[in-house]
Design a protein around this ligand. Structure first.
Ligand SMILES: Cc1cc2nc3c(=O)[nH]c(=O)nc-3n(C[C@H](O)[C@H](O)[C@H](O)COP(=O)(O)OP(=O)(O)OC[C@H]3O[C@@H](n4cnc5c(N)ncnc54)[C@H](O)[C@@H]3O)c2cc1C
Length: 416
């Protein structure tokens, strides 16, 4: 079979792949983007029905195109997919959908890589793994299969009506867990929400969205601190956007519990850490307000004061007297939703770009395997790396690196 050749092969046609294609195209670098599904497939089929972007449309976008919704609105997941599709068209991206990359290996004794794909082999000098930050759903093996109890990862959750009747335990209080719990409670379900350590920044403060504060406080560009403990962040753009407030969730009837620890004979045990986790979230929240106030003062910003943002609701009973155990059957729990994150799976990428634990080994996306790059990983270069806003900048950085490398390799040497 003849082998198609290109300079750069980008694997994945989500926001990372589209951003990469824009920068490569602008540099005139021949490339192909391969996507196994449709453009932005994750936004279409790996998110629940009502999901909206966590950041407002003026911020969660690429520089070259605005969303069709108002700038302060939070785009729905289908709008995000449509946006990425429109963007790919606008930049005339050589993006092919419905093509699965099954393996990438280094060529022997010459530069470049061979990709096996569902549409035939391709050889490329450079390969960008832009397959996303979230691959394999992580579900702790805590609760055995039990008749009458459905267990699913948040990736499989669609809407309240798709769940069996009965109460629901949502495990994990990051953005997914809190939004799913709130939606289920609104639909009339009895809901238990298992809350671990988290941050819960204000949605907005003194008339500015949190995304704006992260920008002016230079936190989007904050670099990952090796070994630092990055806790999950609970934010929401749902219903026009609001600060995630666990006491307010409890006031709607959600029972907050500590971390889910173990299960014996249908009885769950929760850690005695609920108050500690909520207090940590409060501290983070108040620290953002302090930093914002200090910045506004130091820079003479004329922003409306908002003292009421510092008012914390009274502790609900479930916080002062937390449940330590829950008999699932007795409580009528028929579904557990594990909003417990994801692991990476690069089994198709058979090159020397991983550490002893199989994790991507890279510096700012650049690996020790010359020509192989990662894009879109959480904290790849900065806090914003896995988000629409940040991946565009990381794609620029990787493109610059490829441009430099191509220049070195094209160097003709000194005559004589
Ligand atoms: C619930 C949820 C809400 C989020 N909300 C926001 C938000 O509001 N704002 C924001 O900026 N970020 C948000 N994110 C984070 C992030 O923006 C998204 O996860 C986004 O989808 C990541 O884009 P990506 O292009 O890096 O990866 P993906 O969108 O996952 O794209 C990777 C693509 O690669 C394809 N692929 C994978 N393997 C192969 C292969 N071997 N061959 C060919 N194709 C392959 C997949 O089909 C997929 O389309 C959210 C994430 C989650 C889980």
């Amino acid at each position: 079979m003849s082998v198609e050749k290109t300079d750069v092969l980008v694997v994945g046609g989500g926001q990372a792949g589209v951003a990469m294609s824009e920068h490569l195209g602008a540099e005139g670098i021949p490339h192909i983007v391969l996507e196994r599904g449709r453009i932005a497939e994750s936004w279409r089929t790996k998110r629940w029905d009502s999901l909206v972007a966590n950041g407002p449309a003026w911020h969660d976008r690429f520089p070259g195109l605005e969303f069709s919704c108002p700038p302060n609105a939070f785009a729905g997941k289908e709008d995000v997919a449509a946006y990425m599709e429109a963007y790919a068209e606008q930049i005339n991206s050589p993006l092919r959908t419905g093509v699965d990359v099954t393996s990438v290996t280094r060529l022997e004794s010459r530069q470049g890589f061979r990709a096996e794909t569902s549409a035939g082999p391709i050889e490329a000098d450079y390969v960008i793994a832009a397959t996303g930050p979230f691959h394999t759903p992580l579900m702790p093996d805590l609760v055995p299969e039990t008749p009458g109890l459905t267990q699913m990862h948040s990736i499989a959750y669609r809407n309240p009506g798709a769940l069996p009747d009965g109460a629901v335990l949502v495990v994990g209080a990051g953005s997914s867990g809190v939004q799913i719990a709130a939606e289920l409670r609104k639909a009339g379900r009895d809901v238990y929400l298992s809350v671990g350590p988290h941050g819960r920044p204000p949605r907005s403060y003194r008339g500015r969205d949190y995304c704006w504060w992260l920008g002016v406080l230079n936190k989007w560009d904050a670099e990952a601190i090796p070994g630092a403990d990055h806790v999950t962040i609970a934010v929401s753009g749902a219903e026009g956007g609001h600060t995630v407030d666990f006491r307010a969730l409890a006031a709607t009837g959600i029972t907050l519990v500590g971390r889910t620890q173990s299960c014996t004979d249908g009885k769950l045990t929760f850690s005695n850490d609920l108050a500690k986790n909520i207090a940590r979230g409060d501290r983070d929240y108040l620290a953002v307000l302090d930093e914002a106030d200090a910045f506004a003062k130091a820079n003479g910003l004329d922003l409306p004061e908002e003292p009421e943002a510092r008012e914390i609701l009274p502790d609900p009973d479930c916080l002062t007297h937390p449940l330590t155990h829950l008999d699932l059957a007795q409580a009528g729990v028929t579904t557990i939703i594990w909003a417990t994150g994801f692991a990476l799976d690069y089994s198709w990428l058979k090159v020397n770009a991983f550490d002893a634990n199989g994790k991507p080994k890279h510096l700012r996306g650049i690996t020790d395997e010359p020509g192989v790059y990662f894009l879109g990983l959480p904290w790849q270069t900065r806090r914003a790396s896995s988000f629409i806003y940040g991946v565009w900048h990381d794609a620029r950085y990787i493109t610059d690196h490829i441009v430099k490398r191509r220049a070195y390799l094209a160097y003709p040497g000194t005559p004589g």
